[in-house]
Design a protein around this ligand. Structure first.
Ligand code: FES
Ligand SMILES: [Fe+2]
Length: 470
């Protein structure tokens, strides 16, 4: 693919703009000016996953979401989910930290005790007679609302009053995952890492399966590891990395390879594929399969999906029909939602990531392990974890492997003779696509074009470079 036609001359004004889609300037990952532009022109204008709704299960529950120097309180009210800028209208105190419930006592400013109900209406000012009437007008002292919409069991906020509605900005990602009932999934565990790298670099470690061969060799069948490792895209599914059918010679190998892979993924992510799914596969191990390897693979996957569906439903879970979900091949193994959210669904489970910048060369990387749970089961709301170091020995093996590359990559980018990364046009295209979408935001490209570009960026990984239309 040659240079993409740039209709918008504005992009040329962005420092370190991408002018060749196969080359990403290194300075985008550490230059202070570029970072500042992202803070000013990207983050205030995008939908950001602010919390999981299960963090605020009861009326009056609130949780704080922080991005850069901003803080927002997401509140569950009788009338639905609301969000407010976390600042006292009197003299600018941050009203609350972390989480809590404001149904009975309201939100109380720690400085002079002004108070608000969960709908953001001011209910108390100490000695109002000390103030001019005008400055205490309702519009002056009610909390400032922030835009909030919900999808997939999460609240998303946006600081931009003029942004397109959430759903428009996260398609086709939303539709792909609705089929999998992700909104019914609940948190099994939630961990966070502070990483010594730019937020985009951290995300890009999950934007392609091309690194699996070297970084996660345990996920490959033994017969194709090392020098024999190859990278194949699986047609349709866009799924990671290598095609097992190319390496399996017998139907027994299909079954054993599949079970082994399920176990590795379960151990590697401390979830994703769950022990209960592995148990289904173990129980089906001796099922009759056609002699032909391709046919055996299809029959095995179909039976596995059927049986996982049946058992999930018998356990009271609101599971979709996984045979249908599998046949539709709408999601790939890893799916990205611009600007910083991921879902990695498999059967009735998913891993989920959110990555926020904390400086030009540091970021916060959160991981959730999600799974379908019975609706009526009593659970404590999940709480934000204390971030761990990227090299903490307690990380599950797969993220540990991904994180181990990032600090050295961030350092490498500073090498004097390194001007730009080069990308595979066929399978590392997502990195180029979403980075050029960022340029669209930084350049002030019109919203209609940005929304259209988002629909080309949201979705599976291992994508080719695409023309975004600007
Ligand atoms: S700053 Fe909040 S009540 Fe004064
Ligand atoms: Fe990885």
């Amino acid at each position: 693919m040659g240079k993409i036609e740039r209709a918008d001359a504005l992009i040329g004004q962005v420092p370190f703009a991408i002018t060749d889609p196969e080359r990403i300037p290194a300075k985008r990952y550490y230059d202070e000016e570029f970072y500042k532009l992202e803070c000013e022109r990207l983050w205030p204008r995008v939908w950001q996953m602010a919390c999981r709704l299960e963090e605020i299960p009861n009326v009056g529950d609130f949780v704080e979401y922080k991005i850069l120097d901003k803080s927002v309180l997401v509140v569950r009210t009788e009338g639905g989910i609301k969000a407010f800028h976390n600042v006292c209208r009197h003299r600018g105190m941050r009203l609350a930290h972390g989480h809590g419930n404001c149904e009975a006592a309201g939100l109380v400013c720690p400085f002079h005790g002004w108070r608000w109900n969960m709908n953001g209406e001011n209910t108390y000012v100490l000695e109002p007679g000390l103030f001019s009437k005008e400055v205490l007008a309702k519009a002056e002292i009610d909390l400032k609302p922030c835009r909030v919409e919900t999808w997939g069991g999460c609240a998303f906020i946006n600081f931009d009053h003029d942004a397109a509605p959430l759903r428009q900005c996260i398609e086709p990602f939303a539709t792909m995952h609705d089929r999998r009932h992700v909104e019914k999934m609940r948190v099994e565990w939630w961990l966070a890492a502070s990483l010594p790298c730019n937020w985009k670099l951290a995300m890009e470690a999950f934007h392609e399966g091309y690194h699996v061969m070297r970084t996660h060799p345990q996920l490959l069948p033994a017969q194709v590891r090392g020098a024999k490792a190859r990278y194949f895209q699986m047609p349709g599914s866009g799924s990671t990395g290598y095609s097992q059918s190319l390496t399996y010679k017998t139907r027994q190998q299909v079954v054993e390879g599949s079970i082994k892979y399920m176990k590795r993924l379960n151990e590697g992510m401390a979830g994703m594929i769950h022990a209960r799914d592995v148990a289904v596969a173990e129980d089906l191990r001796d099922m009759e399969l056609p002699e032909d390897v391709e046919a055996a693979k299809l029959a095995w996957n179909l039976r596995l999906c059927e049986e996982i569906t049946r058992r999930s439903r018998a356990a009271g879970l609101d599971a979709p029909d996984f045979t249908q979900v599998d046949a539709e091949m709408m999601t790939s193994g890893v799916n990205f939602c611009f600007p910083n959210y991921f879902l990695l669904p498999i059967y009735g489970n998913a891993s989920s990531y959110r990555i926020r910048p904390t400086g030009p060369e540091t970021c916060l990387f959160e991981l959730w392990s999600l799974t379908l749970m019975p609706e009526d089961e009593k659970r404590d709301p999940p709480r934000a974890p204390t971030p761990m170091r990227h090299d903490d020995p307690s990380w599950p093996p797969i993220p540990k492997q991904d994180y181990s590359n990032l600090p050295d990559q961030q350092l490498g980018l500073h090498a004097g003779e390194f001007d730009y990364m080069i990308l595979s046009r066929d399978v590392e295209g997502l990195i180029s696509n979403y980075q050029r979408l960022i340029d669209g935001f930084l350049a002030g490209v019109e919203q209609k074009k940005l929304v259209a570009a988002m629909s080309k960026v949201n979705g599976g990984i291992d994508e080719p470079i695409k023309d975004l239309g600007f």
